[in-house]
Design a protein around this ligand. Sequence first.
Ligand SMILES: [Zn+2]
Ligand SMILES: [Zn+2]
Length: 247
Amino acid sequence: MQVIIIGSGCGVPSLRRGSPGMLLKTDKENILFDTGAGTLRKLLEIDITYHDIDYIFYSHLHPDHTLDLVSFLFAMKYAGSPRRKDLHLIGPDGFRDFYDSLLEVYGNTIQPELYELYLKEIGEGEHKYSDWKLLTKRLPHTEVSLGYRIELGDKRITYSGDTEYCQNIVALARDVNLLILECSFPEEVKGHLSPSSAGRIAKESNCHKLVLTHLYPICDQSDILNQCRKEFEREVVVAEDLMRFEM
Ligand SMILES: [Zn+2]
Ligand SMILES: [Zn+2]
């Protein structure tokens, strides 16, 4: 299994960092979390096309996490190479209304034709898929934001989406091999994490390795790595686009 950070940035344009997206590659499936602008194109750099994605999960519906959904659905209808494989789209409460409003705007240009689209809203809980399991908890960012914990065999990964410090993210990250946390700004800002609060979550959850992502440009002018290391003694990595973690 591999985890690949597709975009390590946020919604602010950056030549270094794309908008949020994370790919989980198992032996059987490609599972994508969030699709910020540019995700679809960036995936080509690791030889993944719109044909190859099996699941897309959304942490919340902010533009920096969802903009490329339209690009995916539009590309999948390209007559020269249309998608024919089922697609699973999963998001928090309100995701169906969100999708329906996209259909209202873009109509037939994004409406699935040659493939089945299974759209599902999920809340907190445990969800079973082929050979992996998902645990979700609400995180304080929007009213419906979800954090994801993926378990496959003895491997455990947590992806926060956007959040601030809370017990739910600590619980979701308990003992994981890899904890991928947003770290928006060097200083604490409501609704987001700083290097210190990310480090605190990593420490309290007893995760093995911490990855900081969703970095605003200001993070690159600050020593966020050492700020975080003051809280968490194990390995901390500042994400870059297309950074890959072998599990
Ligand atoms: Zn957000
Ligand atoms: Zn965001």
